[in-house]
Design a protein around this ligand. Structure first.
Ligand code: ADP
Ligand code: MG
Ligand code: MG
Length: 888
């Protein structure tokens, strides 16, 4: 049997139509639900399925569609007792697009279809209202011209404005019939002139044109761009709804409105919405005329107000959620035109979810409440936001660290720090940042750079602190004390606002909404913790005491990654590290290491104290040594100009010696340990002494030592040996030995493949999915993210940036395989992940599937990870959000 392409709203499907959005689109599914299940007053109509759209996209206008549409139009005609195009009493319809996900950029709705030069007269007679009939025709010709025939809307606006002036009114409804008649003629001439064809008079032809325009709009540029951004697959197609018109513009006993069953901004109980008297459809949204609040209905339309209230209750209990609706009143009669589960702010989402668990007539479970909150909802209550979105954006960069900030611009870390000392709010603006800028970054409200990607120094550091940052804003040019963005010149001390959630840079001060998690925030996260307890833990990546304390406040259950290199970069440490690198003799090296040990011990103590009683995974030194040396280019320039001091000469030699062609794949990780054997032992000693110190003070340190970048078992055997010796030496003096575990990062494809082997010497694995992604995909993140990632996503070659959300089919498979092989050797092997994927909801779902025990992410992502971990445990719902697998 040929596929059936058309279903009337009354069709009795086997499943609830509201669950059939794939086939009927969101709008069609809910119109059918309201009609066939809830029996609400919905103007009759039918839905042309997404199957038809997909068939159209591959093979043109589908066979048999015309007949099916004609048959259903016939059904409408029978039901309404009117015929499409009838010169005496015409049936009029709207043609509405409606994909599975609501999508701006899709074709707009065409209203009043079926009017032509003859039927408009019939409508006028039938309604005894010439003004109304011609107003409807005028709207139809303009809408059809703009939407179906792709003409500029302004072509029609200008004559209308002129007509209103002639009529000496600003109210659309007061333009007299003769002028409307004249306008219709003018509009039809515009269409003829612009398209070379007369305005179609045949309603069948009008209908087919509108349906085809909806199909075509699926692949329109705006719709495609929206799908790319929202990660909606391109092959879903859209449905088309054809529905009998009802008229809110009949008279003053008519009108149209939108209503929410609760306040979508605050979550407060009670209906909320806008209403317009004597108006049609889009007038409310377009903001052309001043709307009335929904409560105003009580006066003019008390019966309808009550009826609407009952419908709202019905809808809420049926959808078990807040709904938004469109409705129209035609001569005192209420019609429902649309409903769906309504969008809401983060604050409202939290409040409603918690409230709905306590309902009396109906309620949701805690699990459902937890599943209704998204990462974006949490993000919006955790970070300040721009209060308005009508902004003068002067540049856009990468959204590197969420939240908004306002401050005066300074171009160096020192000036930024000085200004902050004077009590100013500061935005640090740099081409890029380096460890030397850290004091200025701390002092700033936000950071803006013109270069670098999402893992640039500025981005990583800002995210770690939860400080707003926009990086890689390539359109701005930075000069010593000003920057230029297009026409705009911003001088030192000028105020700008940045939004690290969107990447926007705005001139001047934008009002901010404070970050103030409502009480329900804790409630929801508490429920999330109950759900994931013992299934998937959440730790944080933190390198120092304050970050660790912060992470704990956000609910982290330990540290999954403590990077020791950040301790080496401090102003007081760098010279010692360099001495170690420069050491000619073992003695020199040992003495440098000894000095480092002392400072490291203090750092470790702070962290262990902040995380007392919780596990702390300390990663031994990972980055290549050249990162601790000055840049060869700078020294070469200095050598050529001013000349170098003896010490600089020496550093220059070392920098050349340690220079790496491809540092990502060079002497780093455990390889460093192999060539500087004392290094790891020193770090472990420092750690053990810090732990001993904590024990002495009554603390409960739990230590996990992590070896980075292992690729073979013998490497780990060797590194483990060093660690165990250092531990044993430290424990000899201890009264009660600590149980220290030793594990490795798994961050190369080989380590994943050899995980069974490596597991023999590991107490735990922690997947380093940043490096694993770089090496598995062969993407150098810093290079590809800025240059080609966008193009890849635009072309659909990647669905998402694999550094943000794990590449399920590649990297994800490797993680699963390594987890499986590791546990074959050692069933109790503890598994975790550190790196940015640990804070990404879709990746977290995969890690849970892979059997990991914990995820670890930056402190500010911890609440989101707690929520996502609970959602992963509950299973990926068939929820409203598009799925996010990254790559084909
Ligand atoms: P959108 O998806 O942009 O909201 P809609 O298809 O919902 O588009 O239609 C736009 C406007 O037209 C809405 O206000 C809707 O209520 C109104 N509308 C659509 N169909 C009809 C109809 N058959 N009768 C009256 N108004 C309608
Ligand atoms: Mg709508
Ligand atoms: Mg790594």
């Amino acid at each position: 049997m040929a596929t059936r392409y058309v279903f009337s709203f009354e069709h009795k499907h086997r499943k609830p139509p509201m669950s059939m959005k794939d086939l009927l689109g969101g709008k069609g599914a809910n119109l059918a639900e309201m009609t066939s299940v809830l029996g609400l007053p919905v103007p009759p109509g039918f839905t042309i399925t997404t199957d038809a759209c997909r068939a159209y996209m591959t093979g043109g206008w589908p066979d048999g569609l015309d007949e099916e549409v004609a048959q259903h139009v016939n059904g409408l005609e029978k039901a309404m007792g009117k015929r499409l195009g009838d010169p005496a009493d015409p049936l009029l319809v709207s043609v509405r697009s409606g994909a599975k996900f609501s999508m701006p950029g899709m074709m707009d709705t065409v209203l009043n279809l079926g009017l032509n030069d003859e039927s408009v007269e019939g409508l006028a007679k039938q309604t005894d209202d010439e003004r109304f009939a011609y107003d409807s025709y005028r709207r139809f010709v303009a809408m059809y011209g703009r939407i179906v025939l792709d003409l500029e809307g302004s072509l029609f606006d200008e004559p209308f404005e002129a007509a209103k002036q002639l009529a000496d009114t600003t109210n659309d409804a007061e333009v007299p019939p003769d002028l409307l008649r004249y306008l219709v003629r003018a509009y039809k001439e515009i269409v003829h002139r612009q398209t070379g064809k007369p305005f179609p008079q045949d309603p069948q032809q009008q209908l087919r044109g509108a349906i085809e325009a909806v199909f075509r709009s699926w692949n329109g540029a705006r719709a495609v761009a929206y799908r790319v951004r929202e990660r909606i697959p391109h092959d879903l197609g859209t449905a088309v709804n054809v529905q009998t018109m009802v008229f809110g513009n009949r008279d003053d006993n008519s009108g149209t409105g939108v209503g929410f069953t609760r306040d979508p901004a605050t979550g407060a109980h009670g209906a909320y919405g806008d209403f317009l008297l004597n108006a049609q459809g889009e007038d409310v949204v377009a903001g052309i005329r001043n709307t009335l609040p929904l409560s105003a209905l009580q006066e003019g339309f008390p019966k309808i107000s009550r009826q609407l209230g009952q419908i709202f209750e019905r809808l809420e209990s049926h959808y078990r959620d807040m709904c938004d609706t469109e409705f129209t009143i035609e001569q005192g009669r209420l019609w429902m035109l649309q409903t769906r589960v309504g969008k809401r702010t983060g604050v409202a989402a939290l409040r409603m979810a918690v409230d709905m668990t306590k309902g009396r007539k109906w309620k949701i479970t805690k699990e459902e409440a937890v599943q209704r909150i998204t990462a974006d909802h949490l993000d919006s209550v955790l970070h300040p936001q721009f209060a308005s979105n009508k902004l003068d954006v002067i540049a856009k960069g990468l959204a590197a660290s969420p939240g908004a900030a306002v401050g005066r611009v300074y171009f160096t870390a020192n000036e930024a720090a000085d200004a902050a000392d004077r009590g100013e709010q500061v935005i640090l603006v740099r081409t890029e940042t380096s460890p030397e800028d850290v004091h200025g970054m701390i002092a700033s409200e936000g950071i803006l750079t013109s270069r670098g990607g999402l893992v640039s120094h500025a981005a990583v550091v800002a995210r770690g602190w939860g400080k707003p940052a926009v990086v890689g804003a390539e359109s701005i040019r930075i000069h010593p004390n000003r920057f230029v963005a297009g026409e705009v010149v911003v001088h030192e001390g000028d105020t700008i606002s940045i939004n690290g959630t969107t990447g926007e840079v705005v001139l001047g001060e934008v009002e901010l909404l404070a970050a103030e998690p409502p009480a329900e925030f804790r409630t929801i996260l508490g429920w999330a913790d109950e759900i994931r307890k013992g299934r998937l833990a959440v730790r944080a990546n933190a390198d120092n005491g304050p970050d660790a304390a912060n992470a704990r406040q956000f609910g982290a259950e330990g540290i999954g990654l403590c990077r020791t290199e950040h301790m080496f970069l401090g102003e007081d440490r760098l010279p010692i590290v360099r001495r170690m690198i420069l050491a000619d003799t073992e003695l020199e090296e040992e003495s440098a290491l000894e000095q480092l040990r002392v400072v490291q011990k203090a750092d470790f103590e702070e962290i262990l104290e902040a995380m007392d009683g919780l596990p702390v995974t300390v990663r031994l030194l990972d980055p290549p040594l050249h990162e601790f040396l000055p840049s060869t280019e700078e020294l070469a320039i200095k050598q050529a100009t001013e000349g170098l001091t003896a010490e600089e000469e020496e550093l220059f030699e070392a920098a050349k010696q340690w220079h790496e062609f491809n540092p990502m794949l060079g002497t780093r990780g455990v390889r460093l340990g192999v060539i500087k054997p004392g290094l790891y032992a020193m770090q472990v000693r420092a750690l053990m002494e810090a732990a001993a110190e904590r024990v002495k003070k009554g603390g409960d340190p739990i230590i996990e030592i992590m070896i980075p970048l292992t690729i073979t078992r013998p490497e780990l055997t060797m590194a483990r040996e060093w660690c165990e010796q250092a531990i044993a030496a430290a424990q000899r003096k201890a009264a009660k030995p600590l149980a220290v575990t030793i594990g490795t990062m798994i961050e190369t494809p080989r380590a994943c493949l050899r995980a069974d082997d490596i597991a023999f010497d590991a107490d735990f694995f922690s997947f380093g999915t940043n490096d694993l992604t770089q090496m598995t995909l062969g993407f150098s993140r810093d290079d590809v993210e800025g240059r080609m990632m966008d193009a890849y996503i635009q072309h659909g070659l990647l669905k998402r940036n694999p550094f943000e959300s794990i590449d399920e089919r590649g990297v994800g498979e490797l993680v699963k395989l390594a987890a499986h092989r590791g546990r074959k050797t050692k069933p109790g092997l503890k598994l975790g992940v550190c790196g940015e994927h640990g804070g990404d909801p879709d990746s977290i779902a995969l890690f849970h599937e892979a059997g990991l025990d914990y995820v670890s992410c930056s402190p500010f992502r911890v609440p989101i990870a707690r929520l996502a971990a609970a959602q992963a445990v509950l299973g990926r719902g068939s929820g409203g959000q598009p799925a996010g697998s990254s790559t084909a």
